[in-house]
Ligand binder design. Structure first.
Ligand SMILES: [Mg+2]
Length: 252
């Protein structure tokens, strides 16, 4: 079946996870192919983003890649449409849960993170929390403190997992998959008409929501096991290789 939409994670797929300069020659090739696809030219299916990154970061990439449909931000907690400059909360994010999550954030800022120098909250997120630290061994004790805090407060129910550089704290039931199902419905595409690319544990929910799923060679073991195709190349090189796959074409 021809695919109607490609959903691409950013970190570890379009760019390295580490804070290093992007390979602009390779990214330029990728951007040209995506602009062509999103303009209805060529054979590759159009592409939008499905990432843990906050809306302002996604907005820039939407402009670079000429993405006119909504993108998924904050691991599913936010959908952003550049056409009307309109961000909205993902399915399952209620005002009550947002208030509870803000209490978790305040607890992190005032109590849990000061115990771990170098651990910081990623700015710009509304309905999910990501903690960055070079020393990933601090994620386990921070996670235990957050889980104990939420349990003592009676909520919110949380899903906490880590990518190579971040500890991601999400509202339970809110993930890339649940929001992607809503987006695909809006776009008029079925599960089998969508393809996904991801690299870390949070992308398992993306994997479940699409018919074909691929990853670059730097993906974690769980993602490689779940993928239909594992590129032998890393990051953006892997992404360019994946775009050549027959399952990524909009024409059968
Ligand atoms: Mg990633």
């Amino acid at each position: 079946m021809a695919v109607k939409w490609i959903l691409a994670d950013i970190d570890g797929c379009l760019s390295p996870d580490e804070s290093v300069p992007w390979d602009m020659a390779l990214f330029g090739r990728f951007a040209e192919r995506v602009r062509e696809a999103n303009g209805g030219r060529g054979t590759v299916a159009p592409l939008t983003l499905c990432t843990g990154r906050p809306q302002p970061y996604v907005e820039v990439l939407q402009k670079i890649l000429d993405i006119r449909v909504p993108s998924i931000c904050e691991n599913g907690a936010v959908l952003y449409s550049i056409v009307d400059n309109h961000p909205r909360l993902g399915p399952g994010v209620s005002e009550e849960k947002l208030l509870q999550l803000r209490a978790v954030r305040a607890f992190l800022e005032t109590e849990a993170l000061p115990e771990h120098p170098g651990a910081v909250i990623q700015f710009g997120k509304e309905a999910q929390i990501s903690v960055y630290c070079e020393r990933v061994e601090v994620f386990a004790p921070i996670r235990r403190r957050v889980e104990a805090f939420a349990a003592a407060k009676g909520g919110p129910a949380l899903v906490i997992n880590s990518s190579p550089c971040y500890l991601n704290i999400s509202l339970a039931g809110v993930d890339k998959g649940s929001t992607l199902r809503v987006l695909l419905d809006e776009l008029g595409a079925s599960h089998d008409e969508a393809a996904g690319v991801g690299d870390s544990i949070g992308d398992l929910a993306l994997r479940e929501a699409v018919g074909f799923f691929a990853c670059p060679v730097n993906a974690c073991a769980e993602i490689k096991d779940a993928a239909d195709y594992v590129s032998p190349f890393p990051n953006i090189e892997g992404m360019l290789d994946i775009l050549d796959r027959p399952e990524m074409q909009r024409t059968g």
